[in-house]
Write a protein that binds this ligand. Structure first.
Ligand code: ZN
Length: 445
């Protein structure tokens, strides 16, 4: 299916169209020009409704792999000041299992555990569909049929409220009937350049300078650092620590830029997961079990017959103390990872920072040692997996802290700030209600 009906336009056309509709001043001038380093695609979902125009604005920023304790450790002044002015989680936020990038970003915007929104890993098999999903494969990552739930941008768009996403995982797909009104396309080669990082700020400000009927009220922004450095050098390395401070400086610049708009903006800064130094070499599951007939993706195991699944479960059960193995339906409830066939069966869960995979690459093809820093682990076993949470703005209490909470609770909380009725989700507004100025009890705006 192609997108003619959506009237998908390039940035150039977008500027042209709005240039005619809006006053030229709204698209130029200091701090309000779109930055070509991160081109935005416009989907014409119509103007903001009169109701939407009366609502506040919410900017959601993710710093990939920004571990819960990094801000304190580096004395990240902008993040800490934002948290002290508003609310923050000094002991971190609990990521959903597995503590990986795509599952958690989509949990944050849907309030659903990965097994309920369907992105159970960065890459996985859907045997019933006979296809594999991979976050690096645009064909699947931008195909909405892989995703369940109602991301907050689709929720807002369905209520006549315009939204924008800059590289948020899942935001290039049409999900629950909508794409964001404005979105950027992920390009691994260019997305982390200083120009593209600055462009997230410039484009946000430019969007907020659009006329009130076109201006997005929800903007999600994704940054891939300091995850990259954490993997390559480890969470404690000089390079990773420098990346943490660089991201803190970007948050500082974003705040100054937002202040210049004089709009009522709630700013929410989160990360998807933490980082831990990995231990030891690869653990290949096929050294303990005969995986003949299994399809595999990483350490996910897809047995074709009940006999195969039961056999491999028995073979892995007492193999080593470095992982636990469960039949899918018996995975402990606190992992919320026992009801979706995409999770495989049996399910292997590491008991420490160990690099698990089904097989080594075939003889003759290149192998590489495990990355220095890793994530994906159970945050109840490895607290290094905990994520960051800071927020401040007109809808938020001042000077409040919260204990570690599951990231599914962000969705009903953000929906409340935007005046939206959340779609069905796994979170509860009660968990974060105390961080809201209205304690979460005000009638819908
Ligand atoms: Zn990562």
């Amino acid at each position: 299916m192609q997108l003619r009906a959506l009237r998908r336009l390039t940035l150039a056309v977008f500027v042209f169209v709005f240039g005619l509709a809006a006053t030229p001043a709204s698209l130029s001038g200091q701090g309000s020009s779109f930055n070509p380093a991160l081109p935005l695609t416009h989907v014409d979902n119509g103007p903001n409704s009169a109701w939407a125009q009366r609502q506040h604005y919410l900017i959601l920023v993710s710093l990939d792999g920004f571990r819960w304790d990094y801000a304190k450790r580096e004395n990240a002044t902008h993040l800490l000041a934002l948290g002290k002015r508003g609310v923050w989680a000094p002991e971190g936020m609990m990521p959903s299992y597995p503590s990986l990038t795509f599952p958690n970003h989509f949990t944050i915007v849907t309030g659903l555990y990965p097994e309920h929104h369907g992105i159970v890993a960065n890459s996985f098999l859907d045997a019933a569909r006979g296809a594999r999903y991979s976050y690096t494969e645009p064909q699947t990552a931008t195909d909405g049929s892989w995703y369940s739930g109602v991301p907050i941008w689709s929720l807002a768009e369905s209520h006549g409220m315009r939204t924008a996403c800059m590289l948020w995982p899942g935001s290039e797909a049409k999900i629950a009937g909508f794409r964001p009104s404005y979105y950027a396309q992920f390009d691994a080669k260019t997305q982390s350049t200083p120009e593209a990082q600055q462009a997230r700020i410039d484009d946000t400000v430019a969007l907020l300078h659009l006329a009130a009927e076109d201006r997005p009220h929800f903007i999600a922004i994704y940054f891939s650092e300091p995850d990259h450095e954490g993997h390559e050098f480890g969470p404690d390395a000089r390079e990773t620590r420098a990346a943490e401070l660089k991201m803190d400086a970007i948050i500082g610049r974003l705040e100054v830029a937002l202040k210049g708009t004089a709009l009522p903006i709630d700013v929410v800064i989160v990360s998807d997961h933490g980082m831990v130094k990995s231990e030891g070499d690869w653990i290949n599951l096929d050294q303990f079990a005969d995986l003949t007939g299994f399809e595999v993706t990483g350490a996910l195991l897809y047995g074709k017959t009940e006999e195969d699944r039961a056999r491999v479960y028995e073979q892995l059960k007492h193999a080593t103390s470095q992982f636990m193995v469960f039949r899918l339906k018996n995975v402990p409830a606190n992992l919320n990872f026992n009801s979706n066939a995409r999770e495989g069966d049996p399910v292997v869960v590491a008991t420490g920072p160990y690099a698990l995979r089904a097989h080594a690459p075939p003889a003759g093809s290149a192998d590489h040692p495990p990355q220095t820093g890793m994530h994906g682990f159970d945050p109840h076993i490895l607290p290094e997996m905990k994520a960051s949470f800071f927020a401040a703005g007109p809808d938020l209490a001042q000077g409040k802290t919260v204990g570690p909470f599951d990231n599914v609770n962000l969705y009903p909380w953000m929906a409340h700030m935007l005046g939206l009725d959340p779609a069905k989700n796994d979170g509860s507004l009660n968990i974060l209600a105390g961080t809201l100025r209205d304690n979460g009890v005000a009638p819908q705006k």
